[in-house]
Design a protein around this ligand. Structure first.
Ligand SMILES: Nc1ncnc2c1ncn2[C@@H]1O[C@H](COP(=O)(O)OP(=O)(O)O)[C@@H](O)[C@H]1O
Ligand SMILES: [Mg+2]
Length: 331
């Protein structure tokens, strides 16, 4: 493993969650897909896949693109990997512009876009050697190290046709990291995986970042995974970046607002008491009182109600889910 880790870029991975050290810069990128002659003239109606997208990803950061189907995530990833040429805007990596120096740019990038395609009748090892040879070849030991890293050592000699979806994804990842990219780009790497498969990909992404300083940009429409894995998440909707949040901001945002529902005998009086004493917004529906609690102690509310002679039948708290936050941001 020694040789492998040394060859990876580990520089400057200290401070991944600030904008101080931008590594990948996406500036004002727009893309409209047009049909027929409009494709060549660049005029007329089409599908706006990206609308003035600007983002920066710092060195050593795990950065997520989160958005519903059709939001523009894959198009953005294709722009960053040079597969789709944007109508407007620029992309640079460590100061290297994609348009003027595509080879220099791409030499630092490893990518897995959509489901990887392999020769199913051949072994995983054969497929990897084949892909390595296409790009000039790699020492056997390095390939073995990669296989070990993606956790495929035991099955690498089996035919790819016998692999599970998770194993195929990991073989795809092996292909993507083969040439020691300092930026790894993955489009929906956990799509269609079972919880075990998701955990394996998550561990691998973390290991690449923590041990080798790899910067990771990946897309997903699965909310929960973003929260646990990413340093920052860009919320994408209808081709636009609607918000970029750090993990701490997401957690704070979620923990901050809770909805308390109280079933009690005098909900209107209870509402007045809560508003007066705590300043929280309330709503009464039948015998249920809803309170929007912002960073407060719900036990104090219960205590106040009881002290004022209100009999509380039930008292429950629901924190805001990432899903609700996502809906709010992308509506
Ligand atoms: N090659 C293409 N031709 C025409 N429209 C496309 C093409 N690729 C993507 N689109 C459209 O662009 C929008 C964004 O798609 P995409 O980037 O694949 O979204 P996501 O990956 O977030 O699901 C969608 O409306 C999609 O139909
Ligand atoms: Mg997509």
């Amino acid at each position: 493993m020694q040789d492998f880790s040394e060859s990876f870029s580990v520089a400057d991975a200290k401070n991944p969650s600030t904008d101080a050290n931008p590594y990948l810069c996406i500036r004002g990128v727009s893309k409209v897909f047009r049909k027929g002659i409009a494709r060549w003239t660049g005029k007329g109606n089409g599908i706006t896949a990206l609308d003035d997208v600007s983002l920066t990803v710092n060195r050593g950061e795990i950065f997520g693109l989160l958005g519903p189907n059709g939001a523009g995530k894959s198009t953005l990833i294709k722009v960053v990997t040079g597969i789709v040429v944007p109508d407007k805007g620029s992309v640079s990596l460590d100061g290297i512009d994609l348009k003027t120096d595509k080879v220099g740019f791409m030499s630092q990038v490893g990518a897995q876009i959509e489901t990887p395609v392999f020769f199913n009748k051949r072994s995983g090892w054969w497929n990897l050697c084949y892909l390595a040879d296409l790009q000039g070849g790699l020492p056997e030991q390095r390939l073995k190290d990669i296989v070990e890293l993606v956790g495929l050592t035991k099955r690498i000699n089996s035919r790819v046709g016998t692999y599970s979806m998770g194993m195929r994804q990991r073989l795809g990842l092996a292909q993507a990291i083969m040439h020691k990219p300092s930026l790894l780009i993955l489009d929906e790497p956990i799509n269609g995986l079972d919880p075990d498969g998701i955990a394996q990909i998550r561990d691998l992404i973390l290991r690449l970042r923590n041990e080798y300083g790899t910067t990771v940009l990946f897309s997903s429409h699965i909310l929960g995974e973003m929260q646990t894995l990413c340093d920052r998440v860009a919320f994408i909707a209808k081709g636009k970046v609607v918000a970029v949040k750090t993990r701490a901001e997401i957690e704070r945002g979620l923990g901050d607002v809770a909805v308390l529902s109280v079933i009690c005998d005098e909900p209107n009086r209870a509402a007045a008491l809560v508003t007066e004493k705590f300043g929280f917004r309330t709503k009464v529906q039948g015998t249920v009182l809803y309170v929007e609690v912002k960073g407060g102690n719900t036990a104090d509310i219960n205590k106040t109600l009881i002290e004022n002679g209100i009999s509380v039948v039930s008292f429950s708290v629901k924190t805001r889910t990432l899903e609700e936050m996502y809906k709010e941001l992308t509506k």
